[in-house]
Design a protein around this ligand. Structure first.
Ligand code: SF4
Ligand code: SF4
Length: 233
């Protein structure tokens, strides 16, 4: 099996370059995941840098661009990929080293939408109640693992990562805007009502296509825009 990996060490390389790796096909089973292959390669080249943690598609740390599309390597079977497999860092954000990118802007955008419940203070005798229907409305909006596969596949985010919040942050924004327990509904909408922060989304749907959890950030952004149009003066 042939694998081309983009390498870059800012201390020694002026620009990124591609390196070809080969691995014996006998080491690959039908259900071998791409992350396992990367771990095998790192056994022989300890300088190969990438992030990984849970290896179960839950932590969201091993997002990378594989054959031109963003994937989580731990849940991507190599048998599903055409060869040679080409692996690059998630696009649009600065490279720290090899497949590791600087996610600061991504996290800043997430933080900017206040991704936490703002509700009436509780006392020890009460809970914030929801009907089953109100709770069900959050399905498809809360399961995000912040892998950044969506935002780094979004052209609007590539060109303006400091201004356009990006699909991951806007999915989180929509999740709290529609939460029946949140008391800052209108404040949230007013903060999001900006031609750059939200309305720069052109609904190309790269984000939805890239999401390894099967979420639909593009639809969430559309819903957010519709709520703004209906509820803001
Ligand atoms: S639908 Fe919007 S957020 Fe998703 S990729 Fe397109 S422009 Fe970006
Ligand atoms: S919406 Fe999907 S692709 Fe985007 S950060 Fe969340 S889990 Fe990853």
């Amino acid at each position: 099996m042939k694998i081309i990996i983009q390498r870059y060490n800012p201390e020694t390389d002026r620009v990124p370059y591609d390196e070809l790796f080969e691995i014996d096909d006998a080491q690959i089973q039908h259900d071998t995941m791409l992350l396992e292959v990367l771990l095998m390669l790192r056994e022989n080249d300890s300088t190969l840098a990438f992030r990984s943690s849970c290896q179960e598609g839950v932590c969201g740390s091993d997002g990378m661009n594989v054959n031109g599309k963003n994937h989580l390597s731990c849940i991507t079977p190599v048998s599903s990929l055409t060869q040679p497999i080409t692996i690059r860092p998630l696009p649009g954000l600065p490279i720290i080293r090899d497949l590791i990118i600087d996610l600061n802007l991504f996290y800043q955008q997430y933080q900017s939408v206040k991704p936490y419940l703002q509700s009436e203070p509780l006392d020890s005798e009460h809970e914030h109640l929801q009907t089953p229907e109100q709770r069900a409305q959050l399905d498809g909006s809360y399961e995000c693992i912040l892998c950044a596969c969506c935002s780094t596949s979004c052209p609007s985010f590539w060109w303006n990562p400091d201004q356009f919040a990006g699909p991951a942050a806007l999915l989180a924004a929509q999740r709290f805007v529609i939460d029946s327990r949140d008391i800052k509904h209108i404040d949230r909408l007013q903060e999001l009502d900006s031609p750059t922060k939200t309305f720069r989304c052109r609904h190309i749907q790269n984000c939805t296509d890239a999401c390894p959890k099967g979420l639909n950030p593009s639809r969430a952004i559309q819903e957010l825009k519709s709520i703004m149009v209906k509820e803001l003066p």
